[in-house]
Write a protein that binds this ligand. Structure first.
Ligand code: ZN
Length: 272
């Protein structure tokens, strides 16, 4: 089973469809035969919801998929529940989750770009790609994506992990930060590591990536080798940072949920 993203909805749908309906980041889910899925119905109205807007997403296992933005005051449903997308990793089938991650970003884009940001004219959906165009001035808006790097910095068989603002006290992860205009991902990584812990790095290598739709990040993970400097943190954005050996890793992100956890797992396996 796989999810195929498409733009153009079917003209004459006669079968039900999967509905990825969101109230903020919370997805409307149902448990059917022990599996967590989304409603498979003709329309959201069929199950008592009046969506603000709906969007066509594509095909999942050959079945049409739609996303829907539900009003904030939509009632708590009896036969279903709302679940935070981040909590559905490992619970919802990976292809459903892929469609949901696509859906929440499409909902967000549709909500945000109803009007042209340059001239204020109501926008129209383009028919050949996922974009909105202004009929007055031609400005095109694609779904927003914000690239952010993650860095596993390695020195003498140890990994650099940091306790950032907003983390629990004993929770450590790799360094991360958003790319700035005009910057390569490698430059972004070098700058973030320098800014956050005062170190220089070399041999930056690509590890992998993960869409993180809260609200529109794309995480791009790398490993890098320590080059020079002493750890120096600002005590605010980064509260603590230290080197950890593979057999002494602290409480860290869950690798089933985030690529930061997978990056640390990779270090653990490679350097033990
Ligand atoms: Zn315009």
């Amino acid at each position: 089973m796989s999810f195929i993203s498409l733009i153009e909805p079917p003209a004459d749908r006669v079968d039900p469809a999967y509905w990825f309906a969101f109230q903020k980041n919370n997805l409307l889910v149902q448990v059917v035969d022990g599996k967590t899925i989304v409603p498979y119905v003709m329309s959201m109205e069929e199950i008592g919801f009046k969506p603000v807007r709906t969007q066509y997403l594509g095909l999942l296992d050959g079945r049409h998929c739609y996303s829907a933005e539900l009003p904030l005051n939509a009632p708590w449903p009896e036969s279903a529940s709302f679940a935070d997308l981040r909590r559905l990793h490992g619970i919802m089938d990976a292809d459903f989750l892929k469609a949901a991650v696509n859906g929440v970003q499409v909902v967000n884009w549709d909500q945000t770009f109803q009007f042209c940001g340059r001239c204020g004219t109501p926008t129209e959906n383009k028919t050949d790609e996922r974009a909105k165009i202004c009929p007055a001035c031609g400005l095109v808006n694609f779904p927003r994506l914000s690239p952010a790097i993650m860095a596993a910095v390695i020195k003498d068989n140890q990994i650099l992990l940091a306790n950032g603002r907003g983390f629990p006290d004993h929770f450590f992860s790799v360094l991360a930060g958003f790319a700035e205009p005009g910057e390569t991902l490698e430059e972004c990584l070098a700058r973030e590591v320098k800014e956050e812990v005062g170190l220089e790095v070399k041999n930056i290598r690509y590890f992998g990536s993960q869409p993180w739709p809260f609200p529109h990040s794309l995480m791009i993970a790398f490993s890098a080798e320590y080059l020079s400097g002493e750890i120096c943190v600002d005590g605010e954005e980064i509260r603590k940072a230290d080197w950890f050996a593979a057999d002494r890793l602290p409480f860290r992100p869950d690798s089933r949920i985030s690529i930061s956890g997978q990056l640390i797992d990779w270090f653990e396996n490679e350097y033990q």
